[in-house]
Design a protein around this ligand. Structure first.
Ligand SMILES: [Zn+2]
Length: 106
């Protein structure tokens, strides 16, 4: 897979990340919605993970539990492990989970 290419949700073919719609099946990519960056999420988890900042970045509201338990250092430990998991997740899997959503054609 080339750099800057993402997979179309509708037809699974490669589309440039700046494209507004898929040239293969014409499915529109949602406007203004960008996929979450794995490296950014990993770095947030590493440095601010104890406060759940990486969870908020990924749009997961339950990051608030990290914030509430920040004083126990458990979230920091969790976030450290999560940072490693984020970095080790392959790009395709990451895209499926946190990538930009594409409007389905049907
Ligand atoms: Zn497509």
């Amino acid at each position: 897979m080339m750099i800057g290419m993402v997979l179309c949700r509708a037809c699974d073919r490669e589309v440039h990340e700046s494209a507004h719609s898929c040239p293969h099946c014409r499915a529109l990519r949602a406007h203004g919605e960008r996929g979450k960056n794995k490296i950014v999420a990993g770095l947030l988890a590493l440095f601010l993970g104890g406060f759940g900042i990486h969870r908020f970045y990924l749009g997961q509201w339950w990051g608030v539990f990290y914030l509430l338990l920040a004083w126990t250092f458990i979230p920091s430990l969790l976030a450290f492990i999560e940072a490693i998991v984020f970095f080790l997740t392959n790009d395709t899997k990451w895209e499926q989970k946190y990538g930009a959503k594409t409007m389905m054609a049907s």
